[in-house]
Design a protein around this ligand. Structure first.
Ligand code: NZQ
Ligand code: ZN
Length: 387
């Protein structure tokens, strides 16, 4: 059993109608609030109006238009706005992109330099602006973690920042507000949650407790995603996926296990950096190929365990055969929920693969601790197999 830290200061507020408690949660935080949101889904769903009603006693400012794969330019503009209006706290209303951008804004406001510096070096993050989140899409876990991912189209980079004071103060999760998420983003979000789980589950050393957490996460998402896609208003299916979202990235799944370098996320962020594809869709393509690359005689028992405990394969079956079947089940599941099987289906070519591999090796965690250690050739092999 490995030693670990687990620090989860965010107050999770989960359930139908609980946005009505936002006013109480933010009480005493100051006078001026900035609401951050994306391209307008929260306007159409009525959530923005519900949030504003809760902030009636405050001077309210808005910053909208935060993009999927949020861009540093949006962060820079919002940082200026926060300074100009002397904002006391923020409320992020949206998916992972809005929450991530809000984290970068929170860190950028008190940083005497360009916010992009913080993506290269999180140790430069000092004081941060407090913020709350009202989540609308089950996927990233940004509502319950302290990292944010920001893209810079000028440098073709997608990098993350993180600091102990970048957790949301509180996150409100009402499954009702995820019922308007279209099938594509519902599926991509499910793939993202599953990938967060695989990244922590498929490591050299696990333990009984968190093997179970991970397997339960995977079973819940696999069982409920097809239901949510077939019937978008299925509250219980949406609720199961939303709950899984929050536990994907908060560190709970990793306790006591071999620390993971999150290889699929490293590779996917490179692809998104160059091509702006949807994060979860990229993961759905890469993950089965990373699994095939990582399958060896030594690692087969872990994949076989996944096959038995998540996909119901025969526990008495041949270990290598079960491992291969488990990987095939994973790939087939992603296709069954409407996600692509090849990067070329998303218009990605191999033009930048070499640059991606080089950038990954200098800007990501070392891959020595991956289930199967990954070098430049390994990264390129996974990228080419995914094409
Ligand atoms: O912009 P709006 O109009 O709100 O539309 C969004 C967006 O177009 C739409 N949407 C969100 N909620 C909706 C909705 N449409 C209808 N009804 C709703 N209730 O969905 C689209 C995608 O939203 P986005 O926030 O981009 O998706 P997601 O939550 O998947 O976030 C993806 C970003 O998070 C990063 C990814 O790399 C990517 O940039 N990640 C953040 C992580 C973290 N902070 O811990 C970890 C993840 O691994 C990931 O890297
Ligand atoms: Zn992810």
């Amino acid at each position: 059993m490995q030693s670990f830290d687990l620090y989860l200061p965010t107050h999770l507020v989960f359930g139908k109608g609980r946005v009505s408690e936002l006013g109480n949660l933010v009480a005493g935080r100051g006078k001026r609030v900035l609401i951050t949101y994306g391209g307008g889904s929260v306007v159409r769903s009525g959530l923005l109006a519900d949030v504003k009603a809760q902030l009636a006693g405050f001077e309210v400012f808005e910053f909208s238009g935060i993009e999927p794969n949020p861009k540093i330019e949006s962060v820079r503009r919002a940082v200026e706005l926060c300074r100009e209006k002397s904002i006391d706290f923020m409320v992020a209303v949206g998916g992972g992109s809005v929450i991530d951008a809000t984290k970068a804004i929170a860190a950028g406001v008190f940083y005497q330099g360009d916010a992009w510096d913080l993506l290269y070096d999180s140790s430069k993050i000092g004081r941060t602006l407090p913020f709350f989140a009202v989540l609308t899409l089950a996927a990233t876990g940004s509502e319950y973690d302290n990292t944010g991912v920001i893209s810079n189209p000028e440098t073709d980079e997608k990098l993350f920042l993180g600091a102990p004071n970048l957790f949301p103060v509180a996150s409100i999760l009402d499954p009702t507000y995820t019922q308007t998420v279209p099938a594509w983003h519902t599926a991509a979000g499910a793939a993202d949650i599953m990938s967060h789980t695989f990244e922590q589950y498929l490591v050299a050393e696990g333990n009984d407790l968190t093997d179970g957490f991970c397997e339960s996460m995977l079973r819940a998402v696999i069982r409920n995603t097809p239901k949510a896609i077939a019937n978008p208003d299925d509250y219980d299916a949406r609720a199961e996926i939303l709950l899984a979202s929050s536990f994907g990235c908060c560190g709970l799944l990793a306790i006591g296990r071999t620390p993971s370098p999150w290889p699929c996320h490293g590779i996917e962020h490179e692809i998104s950096a160059f091509t702006d594809i949807t994060h979860g869709a990229g993961l759905a393509i890469i993950t089965p190929h990373w699994m095939r690359y990582s399958l060896t005689e030594a690692t087969a028992p872990r994949f076989a365990q996944y096959g038995v405990n998540v996909w119901g394969l025969d526990p008495k079956g041949d270990v290598m055969e079960n491992a291969r079947k488990a990987i095939d089940c994973t790939a087939e599941f992603f296709v069954s929920i409407g996600l692509p099987a090849k990067l070329s289906d998303l218009g990605v070519t191999d033009e930048h693969f070499e640059e991606m591999a080089d950038h990954l090796l200098t800007h990501w965690y070392p891959f020595d601790g991956a289930l199967r250690p990954l070098d430049r050739d390994g990264i390129l092999a996974i990228l080419r197999a995914s094409l």
